[in-house]
Design a protein around this ligand. Structure first.
Ligand code: ADP
Length: 236
């Protein structure tokens, strides 16, 4: 990917004052949508995602049903006011792709075989987009699933890492994402040490890939603790 024209690092600090390995302020809250079976809101700085889970519930029409397993459906959507210029409402290529990516990142964690002929539906709404929306959405969706009481092997925890001006960074903001030399979306089940999503845009040296994955793992360990605390908060 071409090097950025925009200066993203000044005296070793990023435009929002963060150090390369620093995450934005993270906030999490479970049960924010009263009609959903489970829901959550996750903020990474100015990126705000809400996830709502419905189900497990019978799947219709019947020909969509799987005899021995439930299915997971996921819709990722960015609301029109989530970005500076109004975004056209409705699905586009990007949101269709991200819906699939989020579903694939979550699926390995869910005991779908316990719900034959049923569906679990996840809606991820991005209220504010400032980079890393898919990973913020995955963190919210995983909390929403847990809050809905869906049996899971582990929570799924996600973050983004990347490279700007030859420097490896954690948790990309919108301007960093748009001008990065490389960005990587990463999700894992921390207690199982299993990676469920790894996407990369740009080019990196082998050592840099290793370093970024280590950075992402360390960050996920911290986000995992925050997720567990957010669930505990529900029962407090
Ligand atoms: P992610 O949000 O998961 O990093 P992308 O790399 O596709 O996914 O998007 C990077 C960022 O670009 C988003 O977080 C958002 O800030 C911005 N963006 C995406 N789509 C639009 C859009 N239609 N209009 C304005 N900004 C957008």
């Amino acid at each position: 990917m071409a090097k950025s024209e925009v200066k993203l690092l000044i005296d070793g600090k990023r435009l929002d004052g963060r150090l390369p390995g620093e995450m934005r302020k993270v906030e999490m809250k479970v049960d924010v949508v009263s009609r959903a079976d489970g829901s959550a809101m996750v903020k990474f700085g100015n990126t705000v995602a809400i996830a709502a889970v419905y189900g497990p519930r019978p799947l219709y029409p019947k020909y969509l049903q799987e005899a021995k397993s439930g299915i997971l459906r996921c819709r990722y959507n960015m609301v029109p006011f989530s970005v500076v210029e109004r975004k056209n409402p409705g699905p586009d290529r990007r949101s269709i792709e991200l819906s699939k990516v989020i579903r694939l990142a979550l699926e390995p964690a869910i005991f779908l075989e316990e719900f034959p002929k049923a569906t679990i539906d996840i809606f991820v709404e991005i209220l504010q987009a400032d980079g890393s929306t898919r990973v913020t959405g995955i963190n919210a969706a995983s909390l929403a699933l847990a809050s809905a009481g869906i049996p899971m092997k582990d929570l799924v925890t996600a973050c983004s890492v990347g490279k700007i001006e030859d420097t490896l960074i954690l948790d990309l903001s919108g301007i960093e994402d748009n001008n990065s030399e490389c960005d990587m979306a990463f999700a894992m089940m921390p207690s199982k040490e299993k990676i469920t999503l790894l996407q990369m845009d740009g080019t990196l040296k082998k050592e840099e890939v290793k370093k970024l994955m280590e950075m992402a793992k360390d960050a996920c360990a911290k986000i995992y603790e925050m997720q567990k605390n957010a669930i505990k908060e529900k029962y407090r």
